[in-house]
Unconditional design. Structure first.
Length: 442
């Protein structure tokens, strides 16, 4: 691997070089030259292009970007779905192909107009031949990539029939197979200029990815239940209990994404994070953060807006714009805006929540209590005596049923209501009717 040059800043960008041993060594040696971003190179050499995906997995999160020796190993890694970082490859068209044709022309055994070529596209082949005034009427191509055996069979079949005089291949393992079989083979190798250009491209890709991942993100969490309105005045102790529980959940989730969280007012919180950390916990901004856990644990529906920007103020402005748009429009418009104020992805459709096979016992009790209390703007709060009257049971039985609701996450025990009256204070419970799901429309 390359180290930092004397007097330079130690590089923090890592480029993984994936290719055959000889080409990886060549790239590593050329990596000592100047690049737009100080970087170090990590070798991941293979014997067969089909090992490319495995080499990328072994590199893991230790690299910021991958540089492949040719389009072939890049294609294998891409199809295997292992490219979780930016990636590019050293091109083999243009000067690389013309270099192989020159070597064929200098050998009297070969005719460069009667050869077979793999991987390179027809347009690129015709352009390279046209620049040196050669025709392609008797040039045989296999543009799509394939395994080394498949490509070797393509070349060998044409040569044994006398249709071609040599095979030009971009695949290291294919060249080894054909050379063992006695098929005249010329390898298409990248030029030094192509390698240097690809290294610079890889360094720029990695640096851009780093900057993008570290971009500041503001996540605004709004809790409609906590908003005070003239029609809905909730008890202060209930609001404080709910805010403490919600703050605890948000802190736990923020810790997972290396973020910070603090309350803005009585009904909203602000989370500060980076784009990379938020993307990792939201499936690439396809699912809003916090929503599922808060709904499952606290029975609350929250609204989330994510904003990015060149400054913290701009990012917060974009987050507020998302919430304002969601609250005033019925159309799905996404929950995240980039630094230019554009939606990152369309708002995801909420999948239907699968109903559990065994219906919790408390749901029936909760439904009966909610039906008796009727529609109210404020939270539904009961004690054992009132619950017993509505259910037609004794207060002792009602107390046991309310404890069942608490165990199943369908109610919260609220702080005791301290009064000057003698005796044990009443234990109040807040019913989480949100767990019953949306009411059927009439």
């Amino acid at each position: 691997m390359t180290g930092p040059r004397a007097g330079s800043v130690a590089p923090d960008l890592t480029i993984g070089i994936v290719g055959p041993h000889d080409l990886v060594e060549r790239v590593m040696l050329m990596g000592h030259g100047p690049t737009p971003v100080p970087s170090r190179l990590v070798a991941a050499a293979y014997r067969d292009e089909q090992e490319a995906a495995e080499k990328v997995v072994r590199l893991g999160a230790g690299v910021d970007v991958c540089l492949f020796a040719s389009p072939v190993p890049y294609d294998f890694a891409r199809k295997a779905g292992v490219l979780t970082m930016p990636a590019t490859y050293v091109p083999l068209n243009g000067a690389a192909l013309q270099g192989a044709l020159l070597r064929a022309a200098l050998d009297e055994r070969y005719d460069p107009t009667r050869v077979s070529i793999d991987v390179i596209g027809r347009a690129e082949v015709e352009e390279a031949y046209g620049e040196i005034d050669l025709g392609t009427e008797h040039v045989h191509l296999r543009e799509e990539a394939g395994g080394p055996g498949t490509l070797a069979a393509f070349h060998e079949r044409l040569w044994r029939r006398g249709v071609t005089t040599a095979a030009l291949t971009c695949v290291h393992a294919t060249a080894e197979r054909m050379e063992t079989s006695g098929v005249p083979t010329i390898r298409v190798r990248p030029t030094g200029a192509a390698i240097r250009s690809a290294l610079q491209t890889a360094a720029l890709l990695g640096a851009h990815h780093r900057l993008e991942e570290s971009q500041l993100v503001m996540v605004l969490v709004d809790v409609p239940t906590l908003r005070e309105t003239p029609r809905r005045l909730t008890p202060r102790y209930w609001r404080d209990e709910l805010k403490l529980a919600l703050h605890r959940v948000l802190l736990q989730e923020a810790h997972r994404m290396s973020a910070s969280v603090w309350p803005l007012d009585d009904h909203s919180y602000l989370v500060t994070a980076t784009r990379g950390s938020v993307a990792g916990t939201t499936d690439g901004f396809r699912t809003p953060p916090f929503v599922e856990r808060v709904r499952d644990e606290l029975g609350l529906a929250i609204e989330v807006g994510i904003g990015m920007g060149r400054t913290a103020q701009e990012a917060e402005t974009h987050a507020r714009a998302v919430l304002a748009r969601a609250q005033t429009s019925q159309r799905a418009q996404g929950f995240a805006l980039d630094r230019d104020g554009r939606a990152l992805v369309p708002a995801p459709r909420t999948p239907p929540r699968s109903q559990p096979q065994v219906k919790p016992k408390g749901l029936e009790i909760l439904a009966r209590l909610a039906e008796r209390l009727g529609d109210r703007e404020q939270p539904l709060i009961v004690d054992a005596e009132n619950a017993g009257k509505m259910l037609g049971v004794t207060p002792r039985t009602a107390r046991r049923l309310l404890r069942t609701l608490v165990e199943e996450g369908l109610a919260w025990p609220l702080p005791p209501n301290r009064t000057p009256q003698p005796g044990r204070p009443r234990q109040l419970y807040r019913l989480i009717v949100e767990k019953l799901g949306p009411k059927p429309s009439t």
